[in-house]
Design a protein around this ligand. Structure first.
Ligand code: PMP
Length: 367
């Protein structure tokens, strides 16, 4: 869809990347690292110590969770590699992996690469809440782990403390691992982000994944990390060793600085994106979409039936030519696409004037 956006001159509200880079000071830190010769040769396998320490300090600062930088933190090539390595390390052929759908598209591929069996539990509108009864029924003797994503892409749902407590209790009761993708941890507009690793019995059965892309608006740098108990980190590192071994040396120095930015940075990021969310969600509602306002992330899901359309895939195919805007049909994120046949996802991580122009174009749909 990004290629279609370029080919048709459309505004790309499909792929989730910001149209403004992160702090200049952090970009300069990356440039300085390159010019100073820091990280230009293979960095250490687990990541540079400065970044591992910064990740640990970040989690203590925001969540009061303690990780040992030497054996409980691993730097990866984005969250994408972290999730892939975690699946390859922890899932044996035939193991079942429960994931809430709609899910980020790499999950299905990663579970398949590990020979695992995907077991979806569907998040349903309007709230896209996790149904923990359904989750309990999905657990079998073969279940190895639960793959979580909160704040969730594409729905924007942020799991509440009570929902996470219920998921954690099931994981403990059935002795399951949890791999939790928290790349949108700082993009929560309503409610709060609560790491599942902090619940009773979870610290040593949870592999927490995050990355710098969304938090610092440098999605091209692909610096991510894993936090977990030493034996789980060692397992993930063994898989990672033969995926990339290491990556992004100089960027690791810059991200170490970024994580230590003051609270005002994090608050400013959230406030800016909240305003962009409000602009897009209210504009889409005014045009006539049924909008499911997200609590977090970069994305809003809208139902197109209220505008007289039925099929999100067809709608998104015609949208660039009809309106000069690109969106994504969320049915592609489901094993049971019927649950979302009429849903489309718009990204609001774009400048307000770009969102306003996209809304002006989308208004043509009702004329
Ligand atoms: N997980 C989710 C839910 C995402 O939305 C994304 C990026 N779109 C990623 C992981 C990938 O993160 P990274 O760029 O750090 O690999």
């Amino acid at each position: 869809m990004s290629a279609r956006a370029v080919a048709t001159g459309s505004i790309n509200l499909g792929q989730g990347f910001p149209d403004r880079d992160g702090p200049a000071k952090i970009a300069r830190a990356a440039a300085d690292a390159i010019l100073d010769g820091r990280g230009n040769q293979y960095p250490p396998g687990p990541g540079i110590p400065e970044l591992r320490r910064a990740v640990a300090a970040h989690d203590e600062r925001f969540y009061r969770l303690r990780y040992g930088p030497d054996d409980e933190v691993l730097v990866t090539a984005g969250a994408t590699e972290a999730i892939a390595a975690a699946m390859l390390a922890l899932v044996e052929p035939g193991d079942e992996v429960i994931a809430f759908e709609p899910y980020y598209d790499s999950y299905a591929a990663n579970i398949a690469m590990a020979g695992g069996v995907r077991v979806p539990v569907t998040l349903r509108p309007p709230g896209f809440r996790p149904d923990t009864g359904e989750l309990a029924r999905a657990i079998t003797q073969r279940t190895r782990l639960i793959l979580l994503n909160s704040p969730d892409n594409p729905t924007g749902s942020v799991f509440s403390r009570d929902e996470l407590a219920a998921i954690a209790a099931l994981a403990v009761e059935h002795d399951l691992l949890v791999v939790t993708d928290e790349v949108y941890e700082h993009l929560v507009f309503d409610g709060e982000h609560v790491p599942i690793a902090g619940f009773p019995g979870m610290r040593d059965r949870t592999v927490s994944v995050s990355s710098a892309g969304k938090t610092f608006s440098f999605t091209g740098w692909k610096i991510g990390w894993v936090k977990a108990a030493p034996e789980l980190v060692a397992a993930v590192k063994t898989a990672k060793q033969f995926l990339t071994f290491v990556s992004g040396g100089p960027f690791q120095y810059a991200v170490a600085e970024a994580l230590a930015l003051p609270d005002a940075y994090y608050a400013g990021l959230r406030a800016g994106l909240r305003a962009q969310r409000d602009l897009l969600t209210s504009g889409l509602s005014e045009i006539g979409f049924e909008v499911y306002p997200p609590q977090g992330t970069y994305f809003v899901t809208a139902d197109i039936r209220s505008l007289g359309y039925e099929d999100g895939v067809e709608f998104c195919r015609m949208l660039p030519d009809r309106a000069g805007v690109v969106a994504i049909p969320t049915a592609i994120f489901y094993d049971y696409p019927e649950a979302a046949r009429s849903h489309v996802r718009f990204a609001f991580c774009k400048r307000p004037e770009v969102l306003t122009e996209a809304l002006r174009r989308l208004a043509k749909l009702t004329r």
